[in-house]
Design a protein around this ligand. Structure first.
Ligand SMILES: *Cc1c(COP(=O)(O)O)cnc(C)c1O
Length: 367
């Protein structure tokens, strides 16, 4: 059996470090908003190359806190893509703003800056590009567009810890960058967690208040906030894992190169890498027809795979009032039928990558 993702393989290699860190927290008498969280914020900010980081309870909450800190709410619109996790769209709705969904680029499956430009209207306040699968979105074009129209840029980096454009980390380009530490992500906690990053000290302070009931240092609510804190146990685990992140990213990149070599010339579409970018390879996603048959065949061969995402957000019942009917985002809808995520995690063995590719080639060409 080759799983699509396996946290236990990673855990086996860092178990002692993690257990020591958790033990330290349990013995410290401080479980929420303490030294581990503060240290992680400083270390993560340094890693991404920004001045401030604010830990929150999840990646979804990171987006909510970021949008709230920017003052985005009822009457405002934020532009994002339909080809993403539902959380991106949910967060925009959660602050009371209207999500304005645009189609993705057919090659990259990332936000198409031209579609984003066409969607800008008098109520638009922000663009929320998603670095899906760990591939950096076209930030230079998005930033130019945002500055031309006076819009904030909130980067959804939930799948892209460690992805870079011209050696600069995603999350450091926009007004605020939002990360998730959901266990399957490139930097995963042993539970839920998230982080907002920014270079703006005022926004950092607002986000620090918003995550904790809007409290100032005297615990007086200056804003109507929420309760979304990154706890000390998760922060301690993440500090251990952050030290390994670059090694794990190197392993992911090696697996991606291996997949690209092994699958060259196969009748499918391979993920492209834009010039000057270093993807974080959160997922290795191919595109093919007759996906159901291929999945069945891989499953029979003991190979795990997944679909991110089978149903575009604008086709989900909760979001069918966003004004995007069937066929309105054609590239997104086609991608939803074609994408297939192959096993991808640092501890994958080269022999396993080869076995996946053999089985996939066999399934694609059954003669
Ligand atoms: C995982 C994910 C989120 C949400 O993160 P959570 O920590 O699960 O709340 C948001 N956007 C994208 C693109 C994601 O993959």
């Amino acid at each position: 059996m080759i799983p699509v993702f396996d946290y236990l393989r990673g855990h086996a290699r860092i178990r002692e470090e993690v257990e020591t860190a958790i033990g330290r927290v349990l013995a410290s008498g401080k479980l929420i908003l303490g030294p581990e969280g503060e240290a992680l914020e400083a270390e993560f900010a340094r890693y991404v190359g920004v001045d401030f980081a604010v830990g929150v309870g999840s990646g979804t909450d990171a987006l909510v806190v970021a949008l709230r800190a920017l003052g985005i709410g009822p009457g405002d619109e934020a532009i994002t893509v339909g080809h993403t996790a539902a959380a991106t769209v949910q967060a925009i709705g959660e602050v009371g703003a209207a999500p304005r969904l645009v189609d993705v680029d057919d090659r990259s499956l990332l936000i198409d800056p031209q579609h984003a430009a066409a969607a800008i209207g008098p109520r638009t306040r922000a663009i929320v590009p998603v670095h899906l699968y760990g591939h950096p979105a076209a930030m230079p074009a998005i930033l130019a567009l945002a500055s031309r129209h006076g819009l904030a840029v909130v980067e959804d980096c939930a799948q892209a810890h460690g992805a870079r454009i011209a050696r600069r980390h995603v999350g450091s380009f926009g007004t605020i960058g939002c990360f998730s530490f959901y266990p399957t992500k490139n930097l995963g906690a042993y539970g839920d967690g998230g982080m907002c990053v920014t270079d703006d000290p005022m926004l950092a302070e607002r986000m620090r208040r918003l995550r904790f009931h809007g409290f100032d240092a005297a615990r007086v609510a200056q804003l109507a906030g929420i309760n979304s804190r990154l706890d000390e146990v998760q922060a301690a685990v993440l500090r251990v894992k952050l030290r390994h992140l670059d090694g794990w990213l190197a392993a992911r990149r090696a697996h991606a190169r291996h997949y690209l070599e092994e699958l060259e010339g196969a009748p499918l579409r391979l993920p492209p890498t834009a010039a000057g970018t270093e993807p974080a390879w959160h997922l290795f996603v191919v595109r093919l027809e007759q996906r159901a048959r291929i999945i069945e065949s891989l499953t029979r061969a003991g190979i795990g795979c997944a679909v991110h995402y089978p149903q575009p957000v604008h086709r989900m019942p909760a979001y069918d009032r966003l004004g995007c009917g069937p066929g309105s985002l054609p590239v997104t809808e086609r991608a939803a039928r074609e994408v297939l995520s192959l096993p991808m995690f640092p501890e994958l063995e080269p022999g396993e990558v080869e076995a996946v590719c053999r089985a996939l080639r066999g399934a694609l060409d059954p003669i």
